[in-house]
Design a protein around this ligand. Structure first.
Ligand code: GDP
Ligand code: IMO
Ligand code: MG
Length: 429
């Protein structure tokens, strides 16, 4: 058995949560492999809507085991809220949620560091979600992190206090009084108290050596789906650095984020919107600043699931999509939010970039300082409400043409077209 992977090919928010939930009945286990509560994965069914930040999107199917893998970073405060939100929605959690002992913790002082680092960047700010992602991964890599498994050790408090003091020393180089900094709308010390209380939630969850759990499951013939967070263009190595997140969002991240050998990677589902969005700073060659951009934002309800910020919107970018397909070894594509393009007379698609006096399909090394002009081709639009459409042959021919055009351009088949946020608004091609 091999593990299948579903991940975002753009700048995040492609609709990963929805499709993981749709695919979940085909699997025994769903596992998140990287990122933290910077993620916001939306799932809608039966008139209900859930947004997950840490818990895998397979959680709505009772028979599936969900694993928070070692590559994920966990904030107990956020996780506690997420569990409460699920309980309110009638979703029960028990042995169907497993947490890797090797997953790292996001400490309250990581959030302070995120806040002061971001503020100090001024105009060059990343547009971070301020969930402590960069500082927590920094501590992991610099071998100073605290892991879920450490909660069980006698010296957890001592190690926490040491990390806290080290972080606060740094924070004080930026802000005189760290207690004034607000996190989640409250002062730091109030937040820290709530965070400490939330640790009990983690003590109650079932902790495992997830690399053994997952490899044993594969050996026993179980089917596993790895769920990505963020998107390829936010990858720490291959995204538009420094305007990226702090983990490997690509297929390679599955290997170290779950402990899966490369030879055990199976299908790679690459998910993309029929257009593009980006939230936060950084290059976005096809970004629209006109009425079309406004229309995409309005119709697509393009506001962040984690921060509520308006998402920047633009046309589909084929050079970026091809880059993401190459990096991830995508075997099947899933196109989201086709319904949002209904009503546009003409739909544009970026086919090439022009920079340094040449046409190219390569993303330039320093995308954020290179002046890139985009070459577009126009596709005929359609004007039909797709909300109720359930089969591919009932879709407007212009949309079928759009699908074929993209498949031909990138050389990978599109297997699903999504026409609305609900589980049922999903069309097999
Ligand atoms: P994720 O982070 O990749 O899981 O995506 P988000 O949940 O952040 O953002 C996707 C948004 O689009 C959510 O509000 C979804 O409910 C919504 N959505 C997903 N698929 C579709 C679709 O096909 N059409 C429309 N209109 N909305 C969709
Ligand atoms: P999902 O999983 C969209 C963006 C932030 C910022 C940059 C760095 O829902 O697709 P960080 O908080 O990691 O320091 O932010 O990455 N970002 C996301 N954008 N979707 C996400 O997750 C994102 N997670 C982080 O806006 O530009
Ligand atoms: Mg999201």
């Amino acid at each position: 058995m091999k593990i299948d992977v579903l991940l975002g090919l753009q700048w995040g928010d492609e609709g990963k949560g929805k499709i993981v939930d749709v695919l979940t009945p085909n699997y025994d286990v769903v596992a998140r492999f990287q990122g933290g509560p910077n993620a916001g994965h939306t799932i809608e069914f039966d008139g209900k809507k859930f947004v997950l930040h840490t818990i895998p999107s397979g959680i709505f199917n009772k028979n599936i085991i969900n694993v928070i893998g070692n590559g994920v970073i966990i904030d107990p405060f956020v996780l506690k809220k997420e569990l409460a939100m699920l309980a309110d929605g009638g979703v029960q959690i028990g042995d169907n949620l497993l947490v890797s002992r090797k997953a790292h913790l996001i400490l309250p002082t990581h959030r302070l560091l995120d806040a002061v680092f971001e503020k100090a960047k001024g105009k060059q700010k990343i547009g971070s979600t301020l969930k402590g992602i960069g500082p927590a991964y920094t501590d992991k890599v610099s071998r100073n992190g605290l892991r879920i498994g450490d909660l069980e050790s006698d010296n957890f408090k001592e190690r926490y206090t040491k990390s806290r003091a080290r972080h606060i020393k740094t924070v004080e180089q930026y802000e005189k009084d760290y207690t004034e900094i607000q996190i989640e709308g409250v002062s730091f010390l109030t937040y820290e108290k709530a965070w400490m209380e939330a640790l009990t939630v983690l003590q109650q969850l079932k902790k495992v050596n997830s690399e053994y759990f997952l490899n044993n499951a594969l050996s026993a013939g179980k089917k596993i789906l790895a769920e990505g967070a963020q998107g390829t263009m936010l990858d720490i190595d291959f995204g538009s650095y420094p305007f990226v997140t702090s983990s490997n969002t690509t297929t390679a991240g599955v290997c170290n984020g779950l402990g899966i050998a490369p030879k055990n990677i199976g299908k790679v589902f690459g998910i993309f919107k029929a257009y593009c969005t980006r939230v936060g700073s950084g290059p976005f060659p096809t970004e629209l600043f006109d009425a079309d951009g406004e229309e995409l934002r309005k119709t697509g309800r393009e506001f962040g699931a984690t921060t509520g910020r308006p998402r920047r919107c633009g046309w589909l970018d084929l050079p970026a999509l091809k880059y993401a397909i190459m990096l991830n070894g995508v075997t099947e594509l899933i196109m989201m939010k086709a319904d949002v393009l209904s009503g546009f007379k003409e739909i544009k698609v970026a086919t090439q970039y022009s920079y340094s006096g040449k046409l190219s399909e390569e993303i330039p090394y320093d995308e954020s300082t290179t002046e890139v002009e985009v070459v577009y081709t126009g596709k005929k639009g359609w004007d039909m409400n797709l909300e109720e459409v359930t089969s591919y042959d009932k879709l407007p021919t212009e949309l079928n043409d759009y699908v074929k055009y993209i498949e031909n351009a990138v050389g990978v088949p599109i297997k699903i077209v999504s026409v609305g946020p609900d589980r049922n608004q999903t069309i097999n091609v």
